[in-house]
Write a new protein. Structure first.
Length: 102
């Protein structure tokens, strides 16, 4: 069964953007949305994680849980999803510039 997915891919190689644009609509630069099967979604995400480079990406898709969706992240990022009693919350990491030296 097909479902809608959203992928945000920041600072990724051009060939990855092209691969995503083949299957999804690029609604704004680096933000992709579309309706695909679970198999296509998993294959697209595998391509993203394999070629992410120094960029970062987030995949959001429907899931049968309290929030109604799940998210996956790849690459270097300052925001990390964390499970908190069955809900996904976002935890922020201190950046290297703002962290005080010990």
């Amino acid at each position: 069964m097909s479902s809608m997915i959203v992928i945000s891919a920041t600072a990724v190689p051009d060939h990855l953007r092209g691969a995503l644009a083949r299957w999804l609509l690029e609604v704004t630069p680096e933000l992709y949305a579309g309706t695909v099967s679970a198999r296509v979604r998993d294959e697209l995400w595998a391509a993203v994680t394999a070629t992410i480079g120094d960029g970062h990406a987030v995949l959001i898709h429907p899931e049968n849980n309290e929030q109604g969706f799940t998210l996956h992240t790849a690459g270097t990022r300052r925001r990390n999803p964390m499970d908190f009693d069955g809900l996904t919350l976002i935890a922020f990491q201190k950046s290297q510039e703002t962290a005080k030296p010990s």
